[in-house]
Write a protein that binds this ligand. Structure first.
Ligand SMILES: Nc1ncnc2c1ncn2[C@@H]1O[C@H](COP(=O)(O)OP(=O)(O)OP(=O)(O)O)[C@@H](O)[C@H]1O
Ligand SMILES: [Mg+2]
Length: 223
């Protein structure tokens, strides 16, 4: 499994305890494209953040690439995130002063200048593969919303992760661009064998996944 969550619960506590996830069990197989669906507030983002080691559970286990994240320090978690996980968010969070290529290369920069130089051609090829061959040196402000999100998708793949986590990656796009981004994720999943976990509240998109996990009020429900 590229990721496993066992009997995991999450309660936020900002003065008042807010239980959000209850006894969640979830496994992501290599190469699988899994959708997480559920109403607003059901805990989808919280779950994705915990799988992505961006947040910690209150109870239970999170395993990534065969390692129990609760046994790791923050530095080790950061290395695991960098080497095994890629992230796509609803808003692309591209840096406005950087070109498409520079933005997509940012995760490689975290591994040092040599790694960035080594990755340049590979990442440029990935950008070409999502239809941006003639936009490598454009800044985000010079790209359409769908093009920006395709750059963000390539950025998520830049370090060759085993698992890509995407939180409503099409939520901010019109229907046509949304379908294009979803088709690309599907194609990249099939071509590269990387696993994808994609949060969506769009039933059309969820149906195109290999498997759908439904969250209701913080619990995984059978449908
Ligand atoms: N940092 C926090 N502190 C307290 N409560 C939080 C925090 N983050 C999220 N919550 C609560 O957890 C619940 C689940 O939030 P979450 O963002 O995971 O939902 P979601 O399913 O992603 O919803 P949406 O579809 O609207 O994005 C919500 O009720 C929210 O108020
Ligand atoms: Mg959310």
């Amino acid at each position: 499994m590229v990721a496993t969550v066992r009997d995991m619960s999450k309660t936020f506590d900002n003065g008042v305890p807010t239980p959000v996830l209850f006894d969640v069990d979830l496994s992501v197989a290599p190469g699988e494209l899994l959708a997480i669906a559920g109403p607003s507030g059901s805990g989808k983002t919280t779950l994705l953040n915990i799988v992505g080691l961006l947040d910690t559970p209150t109870k239970g286990e999170v395993w990534i690439a065969g390692r129990d994240a609760s046994r790791l320090g923050e530095d080790e978690r950061a290395v695991l995130r960098r080497d095994y996980l890629g992230f796509v968010f609803q808003f692309h969070y591209l840096l406005p002063e950087f070109t498409a290529l520079e933005n997509a290369l940012l995760p490689c920069r975290m591994r040092g200048a040599a790694a960035e130089a080594e990755a340049k051609e590979r990442v440029a090829a990935l950008l070409a593969g999502v239809g941006l061959a003639d936009r490598l040196h454009y800044r985000p402000g010079q790209l359409s919303g769908g093009q920006q999100q395709r750059v963000a998708l390539v950025r998520a793949l830049a370090n060759d992760p085993a698992l890509v986590l995407a939180d409503e990656p099409t939520g901010n796009l019109d229907s046509k661009s949304g379908h294009a981004v979803w088709d690309l994720m599907r194609a990249l999943n099939r071509a590269t064998g990387k696993a994808f976990v994609i949060v969506t509240h769009d039933a059309d998109f969820a149906r195109r996944a290999d498997r759908v996990v439904h969250l209701v009020d913080g619990r995984v429900v059978d449908r």
